[in-house]
Design a protein around this ligand. Sequence first.
Ligand SMILES: [Zn+2]
Length: 75
Amino acid sequence: MKYLILIGVVFGVIWWLKLSRPAKPSASSSAADTGPQPMVRCAHCGLHLPQNEAIASANAVYCGQAHRDLAEPHA
Ligand SMILES: [Zn+2]
């Protein structure tokens, strides 16, 4: 009897996981929505990267927080 309850719980969890799993968004449509990003240049190392991935400070953009901190330690 104990095992029947356990099996019931397991099936209940599987059923619940199937219901709660969100619909997989298609990567192609989300990429098309954002469109091509303008490229910016890191003021510290010169790396070119999409604007939405850059770290912007008051007067420059950087490829990451580390380079922003290196270039502007007191910003
Ligand atoms: Zn950089």
